[in-house]
Design a binder for this molecule. Structure first.
Ligand SMILES: *Cc1c(COP(=O)(O)O)cnc(C)c1O
Length: 725
């Protein structure tokens, strides 16, 4: 989305857009607004779909057909207030009929952010276009405002008659109209340019308003003359005459499907003999039969003071129903960046603003925002509590997460790597494994799994994965087992659970420990059992980008083995379970209380978030049909994958990635260099793990998170299907 301020060179574009829109009326055309231009500083906006290449605003790249909304507004610099309607009967967002509800929300949010960031506006006063003016009635603009904390500041009541379904006119009104005819009143219309008639009516109007209501018309006669000469097709004056003189009259603004009554007045004689009844009956029954509504216009003034109760009653007697002209106020300076597609608001040249709507790979900002206000409240609670390590929050999390996995114990740690490392170190010391003890790990995992083995002073033995699911291939394990083998580390890579049954069988046969790396798969199940409870022990990471992520580093160990849990717990705290008593040479790897509180909160939504990821996957797997791309296979039981990553494969990976980046779609490669080719494992550099190498060459991760919008998903699918060599 790109937002630019209105300028005179876009006048025609603006008018054409209002014409095509679902809720614009001629009242929002530039000619009408510009007529006020000397009174107000214009800060109207144009909203274009799409972004200019490189995130750089290029005016020419925005075509009229990309225009999705316009926002008429005036700016009171002193008050730092934006008015959507200053000088207009009403204002508000004008959109095309095909713009979705969700898009309206995003557009309104972008507009608020624009005024906040680009103009340092403090307030928006918004008087929306009443629903009767929309071809498709809707209120997303208001919903967006409420989301931003808007308050109703003023309500004016109008009365309108629905033409599709008019109510019967009251007999008293019909009688009054007859009285008018009998008295010799007749209806006339001011011809174009007949300023004499307009002046005469205006005198009557001013007189009536002054004597009966102590009020003046909003417009001056000169302004009305000017408007009528500019919009002769839209603004009409109907009058009732007796003999030659004017006894009553109504000025009507003819909008697309609504006849909007602006100035209605009747002199004493007109009142006595029902002149307005005659005229209104004519307008409703004859003149505006083809319209959707006749809007009688508000009959109250500032503060909702009723101008003329009799008049309101009279209008209601014609079958009118109330329609509200509300005014809302938003404190813009307090508008927060709502989780939406708006990733960035960049300033272009000359005050031009451009909001780029790139599809992020994963927006942690948006995820955090989706947990507000509870997230911030939890953090503050811990901060204010004054206890930051090894406290109640750790206990709470430990209980919640062990219950979640079904494991007996959960020991919080500083991060995932430490969790895995400490499991292996604990086993090594408790079971007396030597330095030559071997642990089988997948050759294509994230290097941290392998580092844990190395850090524990054990020997990693790499096992090739299956190409179809990227997981350790149980068929390859047996051949790697020696008398030194002590454990198998399974990694539920990309969120998919490993094929546990054959792995557990081999492990049992050879007396091996099975350690799970659950860094990427919190919540995944294997035949109804959660990861974290599928082997002898599991190391979990809560790195911010994981499915369950902290606001920094955190991890844990889960196990049913009490001795192991105790050992790890002591090791994570300098080897001490009792203060200043050290059982072993430990480390310092603890989860801080803030992270524990955050994780408790986020854990409650983990299953729902994983389900949201599955929805994205469903859309991807149904939508992406490009034969150049191999999609990841879907497990027959959907709970076997929590889709930490949605990995596609293509031999043209780098070209595809570049292309997607140009399309504004961020992707990742998990991972570009296989562990055995890393400098960190130089001793393996001349080895060959062909499946692993192929995966690392071809794999590409598409945007994936539980907070992706439908529009983002659609854009990713469309871009992928358009990709060709
Ligand atoms: C993230 C990750 C880790 C390490 O977790 P940290 O909390 O970052 O130390 C280990 N293994 C895998 C597979 C990972 O993705």
């Amino acid at each position: 989305m790109t937002i630019i301020p209105y300028s005179i060179t876009r006048k025609e574009t603006w008018d054409a857009f209002v014409e095509m829109s679902k809720n614009g009326t001629f009242l929002l055309k530039r000619g009408f607004m510009d007529y006020h231009s000397d009174r107000f500083f214009d800060c109207s906006l144009l909203v274009y779909a799409g972004i200019s290449p490189d995130g750089d605003f290029k005016e020419k790249s925005l075509t009229t057909k990309d225009l999705v909304a316009v926002f008429p507004a005036n700016w009171d610099k002193e008050q730092r207030t934006v008015y959507s309607h200053q000088g207009l009967t009403y204002g508000g967002l004008v959109v095309l009929p095909e713009v979705t509800q969700k898009e309206v929300l995003d557009i309104m949010q972008a507009i608020l952010q624009y005024y906040r960031d680009m103009m340092q506006a403090e307030r928006l006063v918004y008087k929306p276009i009443p629903y009767i003016y929309s071809s498709i009635p809707s209120g997303e603009d208001l919903y967006a405002l409420f989301r931003a904390g808007a308050k109703l500041s003023r309500r004016l009541v109008s009365t309108c008659v629905s033409m599709q379904n008019p109510m019967k006119m009251r007999s008293s009104r019909v009688q009054q109209a007859r009285k008018a005819v009998d008295h010799g009143f007749y209806i006339d219309r001011m011809t174009e340019g007949d300023n004499e008639t307009l002046r005469e009516y205006w005198t009557l109007l001013e007189d009536v308003l002054m004597t009966h209501h102590n009020a003046r018309p909003t417009h001056t006669l000169q302004e009305m003359q000017l408007l009528m000469s500019r919009f002769p097709k839209n603004i009409k004056l109907y009058i009732v005459r007796h003999e030659k003189s004017i006894v009553a009259g109504i000025i009507v603004f003819e909008c697309r499907r609504v006849a909007h009554v602006q100035y209605m007045a009747s002199g004493d004689e007109g009142r006595a003999y029902g002149a307005l009844d005659l005229l209104l009956r004519h307008l409703i029954n004859e003149r505006y039969k083809q319209f959707d509504y006749v809007d009688f216009g508000t009959s109250n003034e500032d503060g909702g003071r009723v101008l003329n109760e009799g008049l309101i009653f009279q209008k209601e007697g014609f079958g009118g129903r109330a329609v509200c002209y509300d005014t809302y106020e938003v404190n813009i300076s307090e508008v927060r960046n709502y989780p939406s597609k708006l990733e960035e608001v960049a300033r272009g040249d000359g005050g031009v603003c451009h909001t780029s709507m790139a599809v992020p790979y994963l927006s942690l900002q948006r995820i955090s925002a989706s947990f507000e206000p509870e997230l911030t409240a939890e953090v503050s609670r811990v901060v204010q509590g004054g206890w930051y390590l090894l406290g109640q929050e750790n206990k709470r999390f430990s209980k919640a997460f062990s219950e979640f996995c079904g494991a007996k114990y959960c020991v919080p740690t500083g991060n995932g790597l430490d969790a895995l490392t400490m499991i292996l170190v604990a086993y090594k010391r408790m079971l007396g494994w030597g330095d030559d003890a071997e642990v089988i790990v997948p050759s294509n995992t994230y290097i941290a799994s392998i580092l844990a083995v190395s850090r524990a002073g054990l020997v990693p033995v790499l096992c090739e994965p299956r190409l179809e699911d990227f997981l350790i291939n149980p068929d390859n394990i047996e051949a790697l087992i020696t008398e030194r083998t002590k454990a198998i580390m399974v990694v539920h890579l990309y969120g998919r659970v490993c094929d546990m049954k054959p792995i557990l069988e081999v492990a049992k046969q050879h007396g091996l420990k099975v350690v799970e790396d659950v860094a990427q798969a919190q919540g995944v199940c294997y035949q109804g059992v959660r990861a974290g409870h599928l082997g002898d022990a599991a190391g979990v990471s809560f790195y911010p980008g994981k499915n369950l992520g902290a606001l920094g580093d955190a991890g844990c160990v889960t196990t049913d083995d009490e001795a192991l849990a105790d050992y790890v717990s002591a090791m994570s705290n300098y080897g001490s379970s009792e203060k200043y008593v050290n059982r072993m040479k430990g480390l310092n790897s603890r989860m801080d209380e803030i992270q524990a509180a955050v994780l408790c909160l986020k854990l409650k939504r983990l299953d729902a978030d994983n389900e949201a990821r599955r929805k994205v996957v469903q859309a991807y797997s149904e939508g992406i049909t490009n034969p150049l791309i191999t999609l990841p296979s879907l497990p027959s039981d959907p709970t076997e994958n929590v889709w930490h990553v949605y990995p596609i494969r293509t031999p043209e990976r780098d070209r595809l990635r570049e292309y997607l980046s140009r399309e504004g779609i961020e992707t990742m490669v998990h991972y570009p260099i296989p562990p055995h080719q890393q400098q960190a494992y130089a001793e393996w550099n001349d080895r060959s793990y062909p499946i692993s190498e192929q995966i690392h060459r071809e794999i590409l991760s598409l945007p994936m998170s539980p907070v992706m919008t439908d529009d983002e998903i659609r854009r990713v699918i469309e871009a992928l299907n358009k990709f060709s060599l």
